[in-house]
Ligand binder design. Structure first.
Ligand SMILES: C[S@@+](CC[C@H](N)C(=O)[O-])C[C@H]1O[C@@H](n2cnc3c(N)ncnc32)[C@H](O)[C@@H]1O
Length: 187
């Protein structure tokens, strides 16, 4: 059985990057344009993968405290071996996120639609909100790209969460195809 661990570990073991779709750099540029600047001094990047999103912003040396969390041990080990020594790379899922001191900026880029279990998805959204003391930037679906239920490559339909009851207001959004990039601010 393919689990979230084996899917991503195998992918990274084969030398594949966390995201490969065409035009990714352009998409990343548009995401970065939505992220508040100057960057706060503490950022949590949930589902950081190989930090491709973070590196696309070229801000990796500007943030004193960068915490990357991912449920792929292969990705985390690679990052620990190859990245800045003062960055923190943590292996785990929403339970690890829940235990982090809140950061003024939490990123969750192209992760939610890879969480197949409904309860885990819900727990992750709650933990993301709890981990942010100010901004939360995430990507999710604005419409179902898999109406027939045939999801490719360990994906599923995850609509942009409504974070009102968790104390957040959506202050910016941009839609690209079926994906919405959304920036939330804590009330
Ligand atoms: C498409 S990649 C995105 C990586 C990175 N955010 C980026 O944009 O380059 C998805 C990542 O989410 C991680 N992931 C999937 N489910 C997760 C979960 N429940 N908790 C933490 N990380 C998860 C995978 O291991 C993978 O590295």
């Amino acid at each position: 059985m393919v689990t979230k661990m084996s899917y991503w570990d195998e992918r990274y073991n084969r030398g594949r990057r966390s995201s490969v779709y065409e035009g990714i750099l352009k998409v990343r540029e548009r995401m970065w344009a939505m992220i508040p600047m100057p960057l706060p001094d503490h950022v949590i990047d949930y589902g950081c993968g190989d930090t491709r999103f973070w590196l696309a912003g070229q801000y990796c040396d500007l943030t004193p405290e960068y915490v990357g969390i991912d449920s792929s041990m292969v990705a985390i080990k690679w990052l620990r071996d190859n990245f800045r020594l003062d960055a923190h790379f943590i292996y785990g899922d929403w339970q690890v996120l829940r235990d982090q001191p809140p950061a003024p900026l939490v990123l969750c880029v192209d992760v939610l639609f890879h969480i197949l279990d409904d309860q885990e998805h819900e727990d992750t959204v709650v933990a993301l909100a709890g981990a942010s003391s100010c901004y939360l930037f995430l990507t999710a679906h604005v419409r179902n790209p898999y109406p027939e239920g045939a999801c490719p490559d360990y994906l599923t339909f995850r609509p942009v969460p409504d974070l009102t009851s968790l104390g957040f207001t959506k202050i910016k959004k941009e839609v690209m195809g079926p994906i919405e990039m959304a920036l939330f601010l804590k009330n």
